[in-house]
Design a protein around this ligand. Sequence first.
Ligand code: SAM
Length: 468
Amino acid sequence: MALYAAAAAVMAGVESRQGSIKGLVYASRFQNVKQLYALVCETQRYSAVLDAVIASAGLLRAEKKLRPHLAKVLVYELLLGRGFKGGGGRWKPLLNRHQARLKAELARLKVHRGVSRNEDLLEVGCRPGPASQVPRFVRVNTLKTCSENVIDYFKRQGFSYQGRASSLEDLRALKGKCFLLDPLLPELLVFPVQTDLHEHPLYQAGHLILQDKASCLPAMLLAPPPGSHVIDACAAPGNKTSHLAALLKNQGKIFAFDLDAKRLASMATLLARAGVSCCQLAEEDFLAVSPSDQRYHQVQYILLDPSCSGSGMVTRQLEEPGAGTPSKERLHALAGFQQRALCHALTFPSLQRLVYSTCSLCQEENEDVVRDALQQSAGTFRLAPVLPSWPHRGLSTFPGAEHCLRASPETTLTGGFFIAVLERVEVPSSFSQAETSAPELTPSPAPKRKKRRRCKAAAAPSTLLPRT
Ligand code: SAM
């Protein structure tokens, strides 16, 4: 499909809620994904301006065969873009017939609004915001390679390695073919904003995982040692699962659950590509997974990254600038599920440490959920004080909330995120079970941590368990 027709089809799909811009661009099978994505995003950004110009120029009345989405893309290219690509094909002569009128309408709109630059016509929320400054973070998959090898590979490809960053300013200043090592995560490389590595051979081979820095924190903070048993409660599409497997060095077990069969299928592909062999996937409702099931009696670590409003997602902020917060009803429903999932997770008898995370900025899905779950756990769990130097903390809505972490383009140069680390409060051995405040959550005799087992070579691929 030609570029402009593909862009119009993506825009129509977004309007009829068939998916996000990114999802539809990838589904379109258009070869130059980057070019198509940029064109759709820019056209959407100027959507209101284009609608006004097209209407006042009478373009759709004059050209009955021109569909509205295609007209918008073409007028964007003519007036605001860099001119028609590949000559513009059969659309160029058609648009040229209306060029003078369209230009005059754009000029009139600027006079009317008292501005001189095209960009000043945008609503405030549509102007490039901090989300567009978030660099490209790339996690090195240590199941397949190491940072040194990847750095050498990029250097041989003409990239310039600038060493380990010492501040956010170093990340902000990145440009051209330069890259850095993140100051906090040793396996995280940082490239300039526009870098696209989807077609890169190291990504295709599973040596690199394209993952925002904030989304790397949950597995890093859960920090399960090799050999341990871990539950990833809402796991697909699996970036955090593959990170957990890398921390486990494929030794131990990850029980990964998700409800969505399609997402699980792409997760199985992702895990296979990443060389993960210690994970069992199950198409199952986490709320229905029994904590008393013997299979999970050694689980000491749980990662809970449940469905959320996604209000902190950078792609969302770029695709729908100015998109408001979710409705009260939606927030209420999401927070209800998150709360049930967190309380359920805390009832696993051997659980020692849990990370709760969302890519939402809403207090209802974050601090409120954690506060209520801690209250219900009646002193059995507490918030672990983590990363004291992290600049953006939880909203102080209850005592201890400052132990939670928040992230945002403005404060941490990452996507918007929330993370809380909950750890079991050790009960002094002199206390009997009857004396503890929440006997139902007291761990059954904690399994002694096993000695590290050596990784057997070429372990079996991750298995996809049938729905139970
Ligand atoms: N942790 C994932 C990652 O890093 O790739 C992202 C998880 S996504 C935010 C939330 C996932 O929860 C979705 O894939 C959704 O299908 C799944 N989900 C929603 N309700 C669930 C439930 N009751 N049990 C298990 N998974 C659920």
